[in-house]
Design a protein around this ligand. Structure first.
Ligand SMILES: O=C(O)[C@H](O)[C@@H](O)[C@H](O)[C@H](O)COP(=O)(O)O
Length: 237
């Protein structure tokens, strides 16, 4: 069950799953259990997820879980600065694959804002996120360059976004691939989550994780900022 050949920090749990279907199922169970506990303890739950290509199966499995979805708020760790109707929109992905059936009763707090510039959109998203309730569960992904959310190595604003005491909730970021213009939650907001899970598919990402564990500067591989905190990693080949 544990990920072999990886020297994980003590505060990190690593689970190795057989394939993408199993990973999606396990992740959906862990997330729904945590949301259910939050609802039982505090009357409501907040989930923040990542976009990209790999979370589709997880979203679909999570949508099938028995939950009081009307008490769940869902938001995004990051967004591509494209309208929600664009095929690259993370909010569009969420709407198509998670907020379906009973899960459509969840409240969605999206990051996309139409504005004159990316900077202005990020300021507007920052104001919207001021109303986001405390995050119960955060699900991150990671790119093979060590980015997570849209915290990309070499992006302008990265240092500000990685400041653990920073007060900005959302910042404009630049990705090396299209769509380049991104909005990302900052480390200070993401790291406030009660439970953080990292979902990784493929041997390439395991190699990236190893490299991240072996080095220091957060700016070179922003995922490192999360490896230094309590984290559960779900991996499949
Ligand atoms: O909008 C995005 O692209 C994401 O939120 C991003 O941070 C993603 O999690 C990683 O790039 C991994 O993406 P995959 O899981 O699709 O490889």
């Amino acid at each position: 069950m544990t990920i072999s050949n990886l020297d994980l920090p003590v505060q990190t749990l690593g689970f190795s799953l057989g394939d993408a279907e199993q990973l999606a199922g396990e992740l959906a169970l862990t997330v729904s259990n945590a949301l259910r506990s939050a609802i039982a303890e505090r009357g409501a739950a907040t989930l923040v997820v990542s976009g990209g290509r790999s979370p589709i199966a997880f979203f679909e499995r999570l949508a099938q879980q028995e939950l009081d979805w009307a008490k769940v708020t869902v938001s995004l760790a990051d967004e591509r600065w494209v309208p929600v109707s664009h095929p690259d929109s993370n909010e569009g992905l969420l709407r198509r694959h998670l907020l379906q059936g009973p899960a459509a009763a969840a409240r969605l707090v999206g990051l996309y804002q139409s504005a004159a510039s990316l900077e202005q959109a990020a300021e507007r998203a920052d104001a919207v996120l001021a109303e986001l309730p405390p995050i119960d569960v955060l699900v991150l992904g990671m790119g093979e360059d060590g980015h997570t959310a849209s915290l990309f190595p070499d992006s302008p604003n990265l240092q500000q976004a990685l400041d653990p005491r920073g007060t900005r909730r959302c910042l404009p970021m630049q990705a090396p691939t299209v769509p380049r213009q991104r909005l990302s939650m900052s480390l200070s907001l993401l790291a406030s989550a009660r439970l953080t899970l990292l979902a990784l598919h493929g041997r390439g990402k395991l190699a990236t994780l190893n490299q991240a564990l072996a080095g220091e500067p957060y700016e070179a591989m922003p995922i490192r900022a999360f490896l230094a905190r309590p984290l559960e990693i779900y991996w499949c080949p």
